[in-house]
Ligand binder design. Sequence first.
Ligand SMILES: Nc1ncnc2c1ncn2[C@@H]1O[C@H](COP(=O)(O)OP(=O)(O)OP(=O)(O)O)[C@@H](O)[C@H]1O
Ligand SMILES: [Mg+2]
Length: 264
Amino acid sequence: MSDVILSTNGLTKKFGAFSANSEIDFFVREGELRAVIGPNGAGKTTFFNLLAGIMPATSGEIRFKGAEITRLPGPERVARGIAKAFQTASIYPDDTVFQNARLGALARVQGMFAPEFLKPSRRLGKVDEIANEALALVDLVSLGGERAGDLSHGDKKRLDIALALATQPTILLLDEPVAGMSIEEVHKTDRLIRLLAKRMTVLIIEHDMDLIMGISDSITVLHQGKVLAEGTPAEIRANQMVQEAYLGGHVQEALATPAPGAKP
Ligand SMILES: Nc1ncnc2c1ncn2[C@@H]1O[C@H](COP(=O)(O)OP(=O)(O)OP(=O)(O)O)[C@@H](O)[C@H]1O
Ligand SMILES: [Mg+2]
């Protein structure tokens, strides 16, 4: 079995008196594709933000590749190989697709101190190469000259993933990568995630259960900031507590929302 690459111990995040993450013990092995699911407000995005160093933990510990990184600033975690794509695509709309990818690549290359990267011309060449590789992975090379803000919703989300990939991560955190996508876009992104999972460890937050049950090696369920259950897709699907957590949130919400065209 492969080594644990990332783990947390008692990880807690408080906003005032409210605990968005409460005593989370978690580990993921190298090469695993792990889903993190749970009803709205369960604390999933907060958990990823703590892992990526986007916000500091209140207490507890995060370890990555054997080292404690709990207090390490976000950019230093990126340099160590942790990258996050955002729930709402976080791209630069007025720049081109290629310029966007270059920003991610620049962050990577600036973190390299090998002598061959110290010469500016070599460095810029490397930036372009990494940016192109990232765009190729998400199938956006042909749109490199387009204004990022003019992309379709699905392409914007994939560009956000490319920005994360351009930092050449060993672990990629994807926060709702298929939210709001058409069926075709979901299928395309499903194929992309499977491809990425062959190259790196992937943690994915998603509400699309068909996608999650199809691609995950294992699933962690968060509920009210705590780990409610963990297991294979089959184990999670059969788990009574998980079904109840979802009945308390999503499913009831969906039932309460009238179908399109339904009479008030
Ligand atoms: N910066 C913040 N300040 C105060 N409360 C916050 C902040 N960020 C999140 N919260 C609260 O923490 C809880 C967990 O939020 P979080 O965004 O992590 O949930 P989530 O599981 O990602 O939900 P969703 O599925 O809707 O994206 C929510 O009650 C939210 O309102
Ligand atoms: Mg969220």
